[in-house]
Design a protein. Structure first.
Length: 139
């Protein structure tokens, strides 16, 4: 078994956005030379998420609306976490809702995806550099 590790850097200018990182993950697979195994992708920040779904703008709009309705950013005084001087309590909770990471099977050098599946980075407290770990193990 061999392993490959790479950190991607993402900088989202908005507070919340969803970015398709599937092409970057595919590049990592090619660089690794691994054709059979598992691919782990996770954000290295507690206010971001990695998830799998469809790359459709209406769905992404619906995610933003749903998350902001479920866990609104303002007023920031509604969250005890923000008593520490932070203003991102909602981002921590949104990350919990959307999940932390994905693991995808790798077969014959390709991600084992359904028809519309793509890997997304979800940002909930943007406007600065964030890291995403891609770890591939296999042969």
């Amino acid at each position: 078994m061999i392993s490959y590790r790479k950190e991607l850097t993402v900088n989202i200018p908005e507070r919340m956005a969803f970015v398709n990182i599937t092409p970057e993950v595919r590049t990592c697979i090619e660089e690794s030379g691994i054709t059979e195994g598992l691919v782990l992708v996770n954000p290295m920040h507690i206010t971001a998420s990695v998830f799998i779904n469809d790359d459709e703008s209406g769905l992404h709009h619906d995610y933003r609306e749903f998350l902001e309705t479920l866990v609104p950013h303002a007023p920031i005084s509604q969250y005890r976490h923000n008593d520490t001087g932070e203003d991102n309590a909602d981002a921590h909770i949104k990350r919990q809702v959307m999940g932390r990471e994905v693991v995808v099977a790798l077969s014959e050098g390709r991600l084992d995806f359904g028809t519309w599946e793509q890997i997304f980075y979800g940002e909930f407290d943007g406007r600065r550099n964030k890291r995403v770990l891609v770890k591939i193990i296999g042969e």
